[in-house]
Design a protein around this ligand. Structure first.
Ligand code: PEP
Length: 249
């Protein structure tokens, strides 16, 4: 599988800014290296223009930062898989730590979102990760197991490897400038791999991304580690100049 180099633009960028950033990124990267795939999660309002900017270029895709587990209905403020697809998205992000911890999403809701988005034909990056308090209390493996078991509860055991990726993002490393060290990343990714193997028939092959203060300077080391099959990048993905260096690292 190709390494998945994913950008999470969070609640940043107007449509014009998004169009300029994707154009600059594509100019800087060109056709991504054969072993890399670029995925951008803009805010919902900019999905359509990022999709238009990508056009039919190989190696690039766009996704929604969240998705609601219903086809349509009285769910004010939410967005359905069909709406994301209509805007040009082929991926959705579920369970990002900002949604879990700022907006109070439960493991169970994240699981329903993941299963429904896959069922409706979107590819999904499911985010998991422990808080500093959980890590310090020795609960890393238990937290990851709980988030994976509930997050994948409705996912077919033979889910296609191209359709689902897991992003391990320690909450204490997101947007803080504190990157997990190689030993911490190796240990957490090996734990996630073992747990995926127990939960899914395709668990040995699913891509596991690392996220948390990834920068151009630390990407090459991180993606060379065992069981690291890509990165999910917030802050350093907002500028084409830095994200292009991450993609090419
Ligand atoms: C993220 O938003 O998923 C993330 C990892 O953010 P940052 O790279 O800014 O830590």
């Amino acid at each position: 599988m190709k390494k998945l180099m994913a950008a999470n633009w969070k609640m940043y960028k107007t449509r014009e800014e998004a169009a300029m950033t994707i154009a600059a990124l594509m100019l800087a990267v060109g056709m991504p290296p054969a072993d890399r795939e670029v995925l951008v999660f803009p805010p919902f309002t900019a999905i359509e223009c990022v999709s238009a900017g990508i056009g039919d270029a190989d190696g690039y895709a766009v996704g929604g930062q969240d998705v609601y587990p219903a086809a349509e209905g009285a769910f004010t403020g939410e967005i359905s898989p069909a709406m994301l697809k209509d805007a040009g998205a082929t991926w959705a992000l579920t369970g990002h730590s900002e949604r879990r911890h700022v907006l109070g999403e439960s493991d169970e809701l994240v699981g329903r979102k993941t299963a429904f988005a896959l069922e409706q034909g979107l590819h999904v990056v499911l985010c998991i990760g422990e808080t500093l308090q959980e890590r310090e209390a020795g609960q890393l493996a238990a937290v990851l197991a709980r988030q994976l078991e509930t997050g994948l509860a409705g996912v077919p055991k033979d889910v296609a490897v191209a359709n689902l990726a897991i992003a391990y993002e320690p909450v204490w490393a997101i947007g803080t400038g504190k990157v997990a060290g190689p030993a911490e990343i190796l240990d957490a990714h090996a734990t996630v791999r073992r747990q995926l193997q127990q939960l899914l028939a395709t668990g040995s092959e699913l891509r596991i991304l690392y996220g948390g203060s990834v920068k151009p300077e630390n990407t090459a080391e991180i993606i060379s580690l065992d069981n690291v099959d890509g990165v999910l990048v917030g802050g350093a993905s907002l500028q084409a100049e830095s994200f292009s260096r991450i993609v090419l690292a």
